[in-house]
Design a protein around this ligand. Structure first.
Ligand SMILES: Cc1cc2nc3c(=O)[nH]c(=O)nc-3n(C[C@H](O)[C@H](O)[C@H](O)COP(=O)(O)OP(=O)(O)OC[C@H]3O[C@@H](n4cnc5c(N)ncnc54)[C@H](O)[C@@H]3O)c2cc1C
Length: 456
């Protein structure tokens, strides 16, 4: 294979991508700007440095990250192998000795004869060479500006203000109700789930927000001059005045509570977040409150007393694309054939999810270079549903997503028991991945991969 391929960013996604390409015979130039230039969050010059937690999530075979880890092991992921080797005791989680993990990835990458690691910042997306951009949430400003030119500035975000996501079946519809403001919209029932509050409930809620403890921002996040513009957290709105929220994201106009026949004093609205309608995000509720307290406060909302949260609200610097508008589920950029993105910049969250998109981008770039058809992981696998989610959600409301059972397509048979339901999702995913791999014809992926031993 003559033309070298370029991978920009030696983090989780870029390291996995470079390895997979090199193992398939491609000459790879892997650019990593550290140690010459730092991100502000990384502290070493090693590849695949974990910037925060040392946990790659649950390894239990019926949990979302557990399913994804198993899939990545079926696919022959380098980083999952290194994680396994560097594992430390952590109950049901796959946690690693972070130094050993990064050292082991760095040693393997630098020892792979087909990979030329260059410690340089890439300031512009290469215009001709086949490329994977995997520069993560803290992509250097020069490169981010260039990516912005390619995507259009409206399609590249620099900051993440995420509102919480709730599992639909954990909302108490005896208290909440479905409706659109003024009855607008096509659906009979209404697109929004509304949680109504009377004055007393609202006052208590505002007081809790005013007194809530927030997560301290780090220096590299505080420096951002546009930090809170356009996405003021609810706790800050509450501090501006007791009625600010009732005139803002919690305004009740155009809504009548069918349970009481009256207009509520304030309303918390939830909007569908996935096509299947399993997930709802709380509209305009970006927040930086500490997670434990955040859960307690959100459960004060009528209808959310027993809510199951799939993602908590959070705020941090995060460079990511509007992937539904820009990327194909193969991680290919829609308007340039040999340009791929991988990792957190695609809007995927979580260490394993980022490793996984590195794999998908690399495999597809490799296949494209060899004239083979693209591989789209099946949608009922955790990897497939993640790639599908970030490339198919409504672009207007796109927010990053991590692996979770709620984004899998529903089972054909409804299973009430939670444990059995999780197991059914896991078994379906594994079977589907095995079937897909059997038809892939890739010499590095066994046609019939052996069963993976399940660790408790
Ligand atoms: C402060 C912080 C804490 C986090 N904590 C967690 C956590 O606990 N759990 C979790 O799952 N996720 C966490 N994340 C998200 C985390 O960043 C990702 O899960 C994961 O590291 C992303 O992998 P990646 O490969 O996309 O990016 P990274 O691992 O960040 O790798 C990107 C690499 O690209 C390099 N780079 C950037 N720009 C250039 C350039 N122009 N030229 C060359 N190289 C460049 C960077 O130096 C970096 O090494 C955190 C993120 C931040 C910022």
């Amino acid at each position: 294979m003559s033309q070298a391929v370029i991978v920009i960013g030696g983090g989780l996604a870029g390291s996995e991508a470079a390895w997979q390409l090199a193992e398939r015979g491609h000459q790879v130039r892997l650019y990593e700007m550290r140690p010459a230039k730092s991100t502000g969050a990384h502290v070493s010059d090693r590849l695949a440095e974990l910037v925060c937690s040392n946990s790659l999530g649950s390894k239990l075979p019926d949990r979302a990250t557990g399913i994804l880890q198993r899939e990545m092991r079926l696919l022959g992921s380098l980083l999952l192998t290194c994680a396994q080797e560097a594992a430390v005791p952590a109950g049901g989680a796959l946690a690693v000795d972070r130094d050993r993990f990064a050292e082991s990835v760095t040693a393997r990458i630098t020892g792979q004869g087909n990979i030329d690691v260059r410690r340089e910042e890439v300031r512009a997306v290469p215009s001709n060479e086949p490329t994977i951009v995997a520069t993560g949430p803290l992509t250097s400003p020069a490169l981010a500006t260039d990516i912005g030119k390619l995507t259009g500035e409206d399609y590249l975000y620099f900051y993440d203000a995420i509102s919480p996501i709730v599992r639909a079946d954990s909302i108490d519809m005896g208290r909440a109700f479905q409706a659109n403001r003024y009855g607008r919209g096509d659906g009979d029932a209404g697109d929004y789930i509304n949680c109504p509050m009377n004055r007393q409930e609202y006052e208590r809620f505002v007081s809790a927000l005013q007194n809530a403890e927030t997560i301290e921002l780090r220096d590299f996040e505080r420096d951002d001059p546009n930090f809170f513009e356009g996405c003021v957290p609810i706790e800050q709105l509450a501090k501006r005045g007791r009625d600010t929220l009732a005139f803002g994201p919690m305004r009740p106009v155009g809504l009548i509570n069918p349970h009481s026949g009256r207009r509520p004093h304030a309303v918390v609205q939830l909007r569908q977040d996935d096509l299947a309608g399993n997930l709802y995000n709380i509209v305009g509720f970006q927040t930086n409150i500490r997670w434990k307290q955040q859960k307690e406060i959100l459960r004060m909302i009528p209808g959310l007393e027993d809510a199951e949260f799939l993602r908590m609200g959070q705020m941090h610097r995060n460079t990511f694309l509007n992937a539904p508008a820009l990327l194909h589920p193969t991680m290919r950029f829609r308007s340039r054939d040999n340009l791929y993105f991988a990792g957190q910049i695609t809007g995927v969250e979580g260490y394993v999810g980022n490793i996984a998109t590195g794999f998908v981008a690399a495999l597809n770039l490799s296949r494209q270079q060899r004239g083979l058809p693209a591989w789209i992981p099946p949608q009922d696998t955790m990897l497939g549903t993640l790639c599908h989610y970030v490339t198919h959600t409504e672009p207007k409301h796109f927010q990053p997503m991590k692996a979770n059972l709620g984004i899998l397509p529903p089972l054909t048979v409804k299973i009430k028991n939670k444990v059995e339901r999780r197991r059914a999702y896991a078994e379906r995913a594994e079977e589907s991945m095995r079937l897909s791999l059997a038809s892939l014809d890739d010499k590095l992926i066994a046609a019939d991969p052996p069963a993976i031993p399940i660790e408790a």
